[in-house]
Design a binder for this molecule. Structure first.
Ligand code: NAD
Length: 455
């Protein structure tokens, strides 16, 4: 599509939005139902594409992608009528007998940009919120998961006209500025790296376009001296090594109380072998690294600590074994950059303050995990660390509960979504006060002299 065609296409979307066609409850529900049916129809091609891009099993893709999207669609279908109702709120004394309420209206034409690690879910879950809220949408998937991008393209083009939902593929560094500089979107919803998030924020700022930024970072995982070590190890390992660690909410590194380090490492090794066998390269359940660039980046980290488990790799298969490292310096790049792969540094601490100092080297993590059986420690940790979302005695699963708003803070993002929160992200709250005319006291009008502090 050349720049003129792109402009025309975007104008057609604006016109379609202005026609009001997307605003009714019936329209929105119909689109969600079409989407649900299409996902059922394309279930197998989606599994095959996700396997091609990431060597991920259908079972894991159901839990982390299709199942998450289906839960969001079902919840929106069940609750949309209620979400769209005007919301009555109280009126303060000075404004009585007025009535006050909040209307939720669509934002307009929104842009959704997604990454490659969960290429289906991270594009379609925000889209559900945008459809439910009555918007027109431009979708920009990642170019780095091409098989999944192709199936998603087929789905979108088959069920939605391009003046309602437009699916655009291409190199983000060129396509996104071309889109944002030539058209004023009403909202940009971006999921991806913090570095690119900053440039999207700048592009949006020049036109005062509001943004949601779902970014990355280093999510710490603390294991206290009183934790159930075997359970902790299994729950850390399953989230860290799912998708070969290419997960924004994976525990990036572990901080274990010194007294439990040996026990935790032994249990982590046991968990890895029981999940993926002694030879994960052949495991049905173990994924590959997305591409050579990411593979090389990850291999570079292997020399920044002592490998106590794993470390084997094979570039021709984009395979890196689940790996545990110790003796890692908090000043090494491994502890300064988001790992986003199957390498787990294990560091130790003796006091909360000591651990907190390490965590604060990378402030505002997207997620935080604390393993403890002591309610007092749990409270202390949850208060001590600023983070977007997290778990106690678990890792990552908060993401799959659509009743919890998901997102980061500061460096890890702006805004939260999932379930009803996705509807809210893509809606404008219009505050209205309605005042009857039968009561119109003179006291509300000038001259005001002598009425100080009357209200
Ligand atoms: P990325 O930032 O490289 O790419 C994301 C999207 O931005 C892609 O669609 C890409 O085409 C586009 N893009 C790339 N360069 C661009 C540019 N210069 N200008 C505009 N758009 C551009 O991210 P990625 O490598 O695909 O994903 C990995 C990152 O995403 C990790 O940091 C991870 O933590 C983060 N992530 C966050 C979440 C979350 O929910 N918070 C979820 C998944 C991934």
């Amino acid at each position: 599509m050349n720049p003129d065609q792109l402009k025309q296409q975007l104008q057609a979307i604006r016109n379609y939005y202005e026609s009001g066609a997307t605003r009714t409850l019936a329209f929105r529900k119909q689109q969600l139902q079409k989407l649900k049916a299409a996902i059922h129809q394309y279930e197998q091609p989606l599994y095959e594409a996700l396997h091609k891009d990431l060597k991920r099993s259908a079972e894991e893709s159901w839990v982390t992608e299709l199942g998450v999207v289906m839960a969001d669609i079902n919840q929106a279908l069940r609750n949309l009528r209620h979400w769209m109702q005007p919301q009555r709120v109280s009126t303060n004394l000075v404004n009585l007998p007025s009535a006050s309420y909040i209307l939720r209206e669509p934002l307009g034409v929104v842009l959704i940009i997604s990454p490659w690690n969960y290429p289906f879910q991270l594009l379609f879950a925000p889209m559900i919120g945008a459809i439910a809220a009555g918007n027109c949408i431009v979708l920009k998937p990642s170019e780095l998961a091409p098989a999944t991008a192709k199936v998603m393209n087929n789905i979108v083009r088959e069920i939605f006209p391009p003046e309602y939902i437009l699916y655009l593929e291409g190199d983000g560094a060129q396509l996104v500025p071309a889109l944002m500089n030539n058209f004023r979107f009403n909202h940009v919803f971006y999921t991806g790296s913090t570095a690119v998030g900053k440039s999207i924020y700048q592009l949006a700022a020049s036109q005062l376009v509001p943004v949601t930024l779902e970014l990355g970072g280093k999510s710490p995982c603390v294991v206290e001296s009183d934790a159930n070590i075997q359970v902790a190890a299994r729950r850390i390992a399953v989230t860290k090594f799912a998708n070969a660690g290419q997960m924004c909410i994976a525990p990036d590194y572990v901080l274990v109380h010194t007294s439990k380090k040996a026990a935790l490492i032994a249990s982590l090794k046991e968990a890895i072998v029981s999940f993926y066998s002694a030879s994960p390269a052949e495991s049905y359940s173990y994924c590959k690294i997305i591409n050579e660039k990411q593979f090389q980046r990850l291999i570079g980290y292997l020399s920044q600590g002592t490998i106590v488990h794993g470390g084997r790799n094979e570039i021709s298969q984009l395979y890196i074994e689940p790996t545990i490292l110790e003796n890692v310096s908090p000043d090494s790049p491994l502890m300064k950059e988001e790992i986003f792969g199957p390498l787990l540094p294990v560091l130790t601490f003796n006091t909360l303050e000591e651990a907190k100092a390490i965590i604060q080297n990378n402030p505002d993590p997207l997620s935080f995990y604390i393993y403890t059986t002591d309610a007092k420690k749990e409270k202390e940790w949850l208060q001590a660390i600023p983070f977007g979302g997290g778990c106690v005695n678990n890792s990552g699963w908060h993401f799959t509960n659509h009743h919890l708003p998901f997102g980061g803070r500061g460096n890890s993002g702006i805004g939260k979504y999932h379930g009803k929160y996705s509807f809210e992200v893509f809606s404008n709250t219009k505050s209205v006060m309605k005042t009857p005319t039968w009561f119109d006291p003179a006291i509300k009008y000038p001259p005001f002299k002598g009425r100080l502090k009357l209200f």
